[in-house]
Design a protein around this ligand. Structure first.
Ligand SMILES: *Cc1c(COP(=O)(O)O)cnc(C)c1O
Length: 812
């Protein structure tokens, strides 16, 4: 842990104020996403359009207490803050990250190149995460500020780092190299065009290669002549792959449709789940890294089989008129266009294909050449339907097939394009940032009407890693996915957890376990409330019962009729809910000894007051009892069950009681149930609906059932599409509940109805169809729960299954 008082020595600069020294846990640059708390350090960065200093007061108010600034600050306005002034906040951020990085003597893969960096990073991560605990950049956080924030995530339990680095002008790479310090370098590809910032292709390659100045090996594809020509004269240790001799790994397409791979006399065959050139190339970069690290071809093939071939940053969405959209509105360059077109070619669900493309900016090519190249690419991929947006395409229309459409701006497209001409097509929408093609996607996307629960799987994984980092490396994790995974959708959540290798899942009822098995979840599953009627199902689906009483134990033994079974013993050390009491252990031991067909997989107990400090001594008494009792049983029956006790608040507050395993529940979903207000968790679920209708109400009118709502003044009223049948509690009635519309809180008016609710939107400027947030985002679920005197657990699990779940997975 680095403390604020250490910063001057690390960053240079002057301390303007040190109120109370504190450790630094989170770094943030974004005032909107800053998580309040002592450990958060905000960097006030001044950019062309943006100045972080503007937000200091707001952040202080939110509870941020540590700041790095570039200009003097009136410290009296921030009495409790620690503030250090440095010449350049970005520099300081980078130095801090470099210092952090230096603490971890683990191998780190550094990836650079023009295209494919993010894919190579994500795939390598997927392929190796079965073997190693890995830290990587989230999404494509590869810039001068993205890299330091990524590297800051490194923790003691990580065994490998994988970081990509992107640059746009000379001089930048050396700075990133000092932060990432790769031991293994991967050079992906080099694009056809010159970036604006570089004099030549050679200069660009050389600049990128600086990332590997201190790496012990450079991995690359020797088929790329320009890259090879730049690397060979360096006389560095390299590990290359390619299609002709003179490489370390020779790759030749085989007749069986796979690739014959020879490496040091070993010959094998690898099968890839895709055939487009870009994917094959990205994959072989990963293969080369794994082989270099000593994995066998067999292990490499297993890793390839586990790849989920979801292209990064391309999202498939439902469009209007039975169309599908490929949303690729982040950037547009020739290399990227080719990848996207290949992806389009692989979508077989629609035969008609169309491309909507913005002008390509900063390509370094003359416009005519560029337009010609785009036209060639479209022809090569058999795209007949083309829509070009921007002055360049508009000017070079004659280069494209007849029937293509051209608009000189995004506005023109939005105003003039007749969307009814689209039907059953698949449409690639790809545009450079300034063209704001998300507006086009928005116009062509089918709107999901009504109420949805948005579940952020990226946040879920972040939270899982957050908890992992707090546990000893050997401690196992059981994740509780009961109650529809706390309302978040059990199959999708369980799938993610299986992918990220948790050790156990816990459900309340056998049916929940069956549902998971039917969806190919193979993790061991504990069922907490097994009924006698469910025993056959349990065995058939390989589910493991919790045994908490002699009655259920006897019933199970009778049913088993000497067949083997894995069970979980619950001991009641103070919760007074389910479980064996201390006085029952002797009899329990006798029965277990007489029935060696039972394997006691785990033994556990549950804390009654893990979330509150005042119960800490009680919690420790529970743990002492648990330890004594569990050891007594285990020794007597001669088995070594896994012991577990902690739930989420327990992990956060009493990590010393973690035993062999913990049971993670609400924390995974981004909620801290303790009084502490832990920072660093990301909320996973957002419940949203829409405004169905707006009305203007005159002062004195009554609103809703029982005329319980009254307009004290003229009011704009919105009827929103959610009610108590969806789980929006009737307790929110009459001003108790507030919802979020256009960033503002709108109180509930009158009584919540079965499927609808009325809210006051006076002065908010709301429109029909607007999004309404019931909880999540800027409306924390804790606040919502408090307003009706309940806990976030209940709000989350109240959300009915009939509400559609939408899973987003940015930055996984
Ligand atoms: C639900 C449950 C948990 C998880 O509790 P959280 O507070 O959500 O972390 C742990 N153990 C048992 C026995 C549970 O029923």
């Amino acid at each position: 842990m680095i403390f604020f008082s250490e910063l001057p020595a690390l960053l240079g600069g002057t301390v303007l104020q040190l109120s109370e020294d504190a450790g630094i846990t989170l770094l943030t640059l974004d005032s909107r996403k800053a998580i309040p708390g002592k450990g958060t350090l905000f960097f006030a960065i001044r950019g062309e359009r943006h100045d972080g200093h503007v937000y200091l007061a707001e952040l202080y108010q939110k509870g941020i207490r540590q700041f790095v600034v570039e200009q003097p600050v009136a410290t009296h306005a921030f009495p409790e803050a620690n503030i250090i002034q440095v010449p350049a906040a970005v520099d300081a951020l980078q130095r801090l990250a470099a210092h952090h990085r230096a603490k971890f003597p683990i191998p780190v893969v550094g990836i650079t190149g023009s295209n494919g960096k993010t894919i190579v990073k994500e795939w390598l991560f997927q392929m190796l995460s079965k073997y190693l605990s890995i830290v990587k950049n989230p999404g494509s956080y590869n810039s001068q500020v993205g890299v330091p924030l990524s590297v800051w995530q490194m923790q003691a339990h990580h065994q490998l780092g994988i970081f990509e680095a992107g640059i746009s002008r000379p001089g930048e790479m050396e700075r990133l190299a000092a932060i990432i310090r790769p031991t293994i370098g991967v050079f992906s590809t080099i694009g056809p065009a010159h970036d604006e910032g570089f004099a030549s292709m050679t200069e660009k390659i050389h600049e990128k290669l600086r990332l590997f100045n201190d790496a012990s090996v450079i991995v690359y594809c020797k088929d790329h002549e320009a890259i090879d020509a730049a690397i060979t004269p360096l006389h560095r240790t390299t590990f290359s792959w390619g299609r002709s001799s003179g490489v370390d790994i020779l790759v030749v397409p085989s007749e069986q449709g796979g690739y014959a791979v020879s490496y040091r006399g070993q010959v094998g065959e690898l099968r890839l789940p895709f055939s487009d050139q870009a994917s094959v190339e990205n994959c072989f970069h990963c293969v080369a890294v794994m082989v270099w690290m000593g994995y066998s071809l067999h292990q490499v093939q297993e890793a390839i089989n586990s790849l989920r071939v979801v292209p990064m940053r391309l999202e498939l969405k439902e469009g209007i008129n039975h169309c599908q959209l490929i949303d690729d509105t982040y950037n547009n360059d020739l290399g990227g266009l080719e990848i996207s077109l290949q992806f389009l070619a692989h979508q077989h669900q629609r035969t008609r294909k169309r491309v909507i493309l913005s002008d390509i900016l900063e390509s370094g090519l003359a416009e005519a050449t560029l337009a010609e190249q785009v036209s060639d690419l479209l022809a090569k991929h058999h795209i007949q339907q083309f829509i070009g947006v921007g002055p360049m395409f508009h000017a070079y229309q004659q280069l494209f097939p007849a029937g293509s459409l051209f608009y000189s701006s995004t506005e023109d497209f939005l105003e003039q394009f007749d969307t009814s001409t689209l039907y059953e097509e698949i449409i690639l929408v790809k545009g450079a940032r300034p063209f704001q093609f998300e507006r086009i996607v928005n116009q062509l996307q089918r709107k999901v009407h009504g109420t949805v629960m948005e579940v952020d799987l990226g946040a879920l994984v972040h939270n899982l890693n957050f908890f992992r980092a707090r546990l000893r490396p050997a401690t196992r994790i059981m994740v509780m996915v009961k109650a529809f995974a706390y309302g978040s959708g059990s199959n999708e959540v369980a799938n993610m957890l299986q992918y990220h290798k948790v050790d156990y899942l816990g459900v309340a009822y056998a049916d929940e376990g069956v549902e998971l098995r039917r969806n190919n979840i193979t993790l061991p599953i504990m069922v907490m409330n097994p009924s006698e009627e469910s025993f056959a199902t349990l065995l058939a689906y390989n589910l493991e019962p919790e045994i908490y009483s002699f009655r259920i134990l006897a019933a199970l033994l009778k049913f088993l009729n000497n067949k083997p079974c894995r069970i979980h013993l619950k001991l009641d050390t103070g919760m007074r809910r389910l479980g064996f009491d201390g006085g029952e252990l002797e009899e329990l031991i006798t029965i277990l000894k007489a029935n060696p067909q039972l394997t006691v997989a785990t033994m556990f107990s549950h804390l009654a007051g893990a979330d509150e400090h005042e119960h800490d001594s009680f919690s420790h008494e529970q743990a002492d009892k648990f330890k004594t009792w569990a050891t007594t049983v285990a020794d007597a029956i001669g088995q070594k069950p896994v012991l577990h006790m902690l739930n989420s608040p327990g992990i956060l507050r009493l990590p010393e009681l973690q035993f062999d395993m913990v049971r993670l529940g609400i924390g995974l979903y981004g909620i801290d149930p303790t009084e502490e207000g832990t920072q660093g968790l990301r909320p996973v679920a957002t419940l949203k609906t829409i405004i169905s209708q707006l009305k203007h109400i005159r002062a004195g009118e009554s609103i809703g059932y029982g005329r319980r709502g009254r307009a004290t003044a003229d009011m704009t009223l919105a009827t929103i599409a959610i009610g108590y049948a969806d789980g929006f509690s009737r307790a929110f009635s009459r001003g108790v509940g507030k919802v979020l519309i256009r960033g503002r809180r709108a109180p509930v008016i009158g009584n919540v109805c079965m499927d609808m609710t009325m809210v006051d939107v006076t002065g908010i400027g709301a429109r029909e169809g607007d999004e309404v947030i019931l909880f999540g985002g800027a409306l924390p679920i804790q606040e919502v729960a408090r307003s009706i005197s309940t806990i976030p657990y209940e709000i989350l699990t109240n959300t009915r299954e009939r509400i559609k779940r939408i899973f987003v997975a940015e930055g996984i």
